[in-house]
Design a protein around this ligand. Structure first.
Ligand code: FES
Length: 126
């Protein structure tokens, strides 16, 4: 099977502890960065379809801005609130400084960590 990863966002453009919605085909996917770990889950709340990236990232959970449903960004599991089901998760990786997502392959358990050679230099400012 052909490699089906699509570049969606420069890694440097996604700040630590933030999430951004990207479009891959017809899917809206939330790319979430927690430290050097990346996660990719459905971007829309399973309750009423609100973009979850407009809510808060608390630990490893996205909190819906409308009715506070909570979803784990690692597993996609709904943790609480009125969402009707879990979020789908996707494989995500970093290549040549770009975050790439596959919507064709199931995500293995656990977060994706960019390999050391793929990680851009991190600039620390005081
Ligand atoms: S729209 Fe997300 S919890 Fe209601």
């Amino acid at each position: 099977m052909q490699d089906a990863f699509f570049p969606v966002l420069p890694f440097a453009d996604l700040a630590d502890r933030s999430a951004q919605t990207v479009q891959v085909g017809r899917k809206k996917i939330a790319i979430v960065r927690v430290g050097e770990k990346l996660h990719a889950v459905d971007a829309l709340c399973t309750h009423m379809g609100v973009p979850l990236t407009q809510g808060e990232l608390q630990g490893e959970e996205l909190v819906c801005p409308w009715h506070a449903a909570r979803f784990c960004v690692v597993t996609g599991a709904k943790k609480s609130g009125p969402g009707f089901c879990d979020l789908d998760t996707y494989q995500v990786r970093v290549r040549d400084g770009w975050i790439e997502v596959s919507i064709d392959k199931p995500k293995p358990a656990g977060p994706t960590v960019p390999p050391p050679a793929e990680q851009p230099a991190v600039r620390v400012t005081a």
